[in-house]
Design a protein around this ligand. Structure first.
Ligand code: CAA
Length: 258
């Protein structure tokens, strides 16, 4: 339907796949793409038979940023009235593990979109950056906050002030990227990883993403206390009994996500 213009969404068993699909514009993130990605991810998140979601881009970009052509002539009043980019916040409330498979350029809003995901896996050809400064603006989808938390002040400041790109290896050693994979193998590798994650207990996965995110938004004391209570709550789940019994019985667990 129209709400999904600009993306392709599908599923393979317990894994949801969302592909940004405007390669002729390097998957620049216009309003339609935002609505479509958020809608698809939200539907997957509400579907208990989906245990992991993969987000990637068609062609030579993950996404080369927010759509410059769509916003170039906006006034301040228009930007604030439509609260430009606020719609993306919904993506950060998704609790199903969301994995960014970064296949090429992840610039500006593209880098910020990858950073909204739970894990970033990069092709060896990927390029990351916050080039907004070259357009006379600052990052607007969380880059100043999430890049700084991901790589620390020194590197975040340098990247944001110069607008330069960094390659996948640099992004990995800086801590932005979990793993680097040969470009030709990226999607297979990430779909396999996602299937492995999706086979685990969904309530445990959801609790884990929520708790790791809380590390960025709470004090250590609050975060550790919250973690301990969520750990205790796990004993109310069938999956806890199954997981621990399977270990003791030296067999693979069969989680029911209950
Ligand atoms: N918005 C709109 N269109 C874009 C785009 C963007 N962010 N990025 C690329 N495109 C379009 C180009 O205009 C071009 O379209 P035409 O064929 O119609 O001219 C097409 O995609 C292919 O791009 P290029 O010809 O530029 O490809 P290249 O290989 O020469 O360069 C690139 C690749 C270095 C990534 C270059 O496209 C580029 O610099 N893109 C813009 C990157 C950028 O500034 N991103 C930040 C955007 S602002 C933002 O994201 C704000 C925020 O924080 C949310």
């Amino acid at each position: 339907g129209a709400a999904f213009a600009g993306i392709v969404a599908g599923r393979r068993d317990r894994v949801g796949l969302i592909i940004l699909d405007r390669p002729q514009a390097l998957n620049a993130l216009n309003r339609q793409a935002m609505d479509a990605v958020v809608a698809a991810a939200t539907l997957f998140d509400l579907d208990e038979t989906i245990g992991a979601i993969v987000l990637t881009g068609a062609g030579r970009a993950f996404a080369a940023g927010a759509d410059i052509k769509e916003m170039a002539e906006l006034s301040y009043a228009e930007a604030t009235a439509r609260d430009l980019f606020a719609g993306w916040d919904a993506l950060t409330r998704i609790r199903t593990p969301l994995i960014a498979a970064v296949n090429g350029f992840a610039l500006g809003g593209g880098c910020e979109l990858a950073m909204m995901c739970d894990v970033i896996i990069a092709a060896d050809t990927a390029k990351f950056g916050q080039p907004e400064i070259n357009l006379g603006v600052v990052p607007g989808m969380g880059g100043t906050q999430r890049l700084t938390r991901a790589v620390g002040k020194a590197k975040a400041m340098e990247l944001i002030l110069t607008g330069r790109m960094m390659d996948a290896r640099e992004a990995e050693s800086a801590g932005l990227v979990a793993r680097v994979v040969a470009a030709a193998e990226l999607l297979d590798d990430v779909l396999t990883m996602a299937a492995g994650i999706a086979a685990k207990s969904l309530p445990a996965l959801q609790a884990a993403t929520e708790l790791v995110d809380a590390a960025f938004d709470s004090t250590l004391t609050e975060g550790v206390a919250r973690e301990r209570r969520v750990f205790h709550a796990g004993f109310a789940l069938d999956d806890q009994k199954e997981g621990m019994r399977a270990f003791i019985e030296k067999r693979e667990p069969r989680f029911t996500h209950r």
